[in-house]
Design a protein around this ligand. Sequence first.
Ligand SMILES: [Zn+2]
Length: 396
Amino acid sequence: MTQQAEECPVCNSTSIELFLDRQNVPVHQNLLMRSAEDAGKIRRGRLAMHVCNACGFVFNAAFDGSLMSYNQDYENTQVHSPAFNTYVDGLVETTLNESGVRGGTIVEVGCGKGDFIKRLLNHDQQARGYGFDPSYLGPEVVCDGRLTFEKRFYDASCANLKADIVVCRHVIEHIPQPQEIVRAVGSAVSTNPEAHVYFETPCVDWILQNRVTWDFFYEHCSVFTTASLTTLFERCGFTVQSVQHVFGGQYLWLHARPAKSAPRVIMAPGVTPQNARAFTKIEAQRNRTWTDFIRSQSERGRMVLWGAGAKAVTFANLVDPDCQWIEAIVDVNPSKQGKYLAGSRHPIVAPESLPEIAPAVVMVLNPNYHDEIAQRLASVGVTAEIVDMMHDEVMA
Ligand SMILES: [Zn+2]
């Protein structure tokens, strides 16, 4: 049995409140499952999402890190999607323009396969880069010797690099004690008081306000608001320059710099605790509505869901846990095709398989991909109805 956290990992307040409790959810959403049997046997854990009334931070107090395995079968790249590529290229420009740094040293923390830091170095041909990730697999030095990968954590031992820019994207939401990673970055940049630090992570206010029940899942044990992310960085010795909403409001993009003197820590929970309480009331109703929806739609023909990411894994496990109603999950990432969805065991197929399946309905969970999906369906000659699960009359 996991020890349940009794205080907020960001501000240490004990005024925390459970607002979402799901037992036996798959602990991984992005691990490749090579057979339906393996997918069915995925490890499971408890999602006990709490909100902190003092700072607005949202976290899974029952998170057990020993259940996680971020190994080479962890696959969450979205670079096969044109819409996502456009978004990431915009972030690259924002990073370089906002910092004003050219020809400097750039570090990416938790760089995965190194896609983002490679893009940064392609935009700034004079810059040098270091990608840190304990699970990195691939050549150690690339980009004509300008980019080096290190299979370890970025911490005080890396202070000699004197990084000008440190980027950390979609890492902090996976860490149950987020102060640790922010303090580690702080000690690594202690040798350069002019360093610029950027973090990207999902926005929990967007999830709560839009009532996106499939956006709470086990891998994301720490979910921030603009305010709680600011509180965290201030507590860890940074001055926060800005926190912007990006990717249609779904993500936060923080820009911070080492504080010249001890920063004043602002605690502003805002409406997040109220929104979390409201979420408790609507969650079961939302899941019932979707379950009714897929049952009624099944009379029209076959249904598929687009995108085999964390949203789909969570949605499928909530509304079709025994793989009875949804025919398949479509994904443009070749390494996901031919695999199975964790927990619910739905097969993952390529868009090119759709003419054979001939679906009547294509369900879309992320509105940011609607146009791209419509184009892809047209290109494979499929005329299914696209149902946007967030905005259509589904929710009426
Ligand atoms: Zn707190």
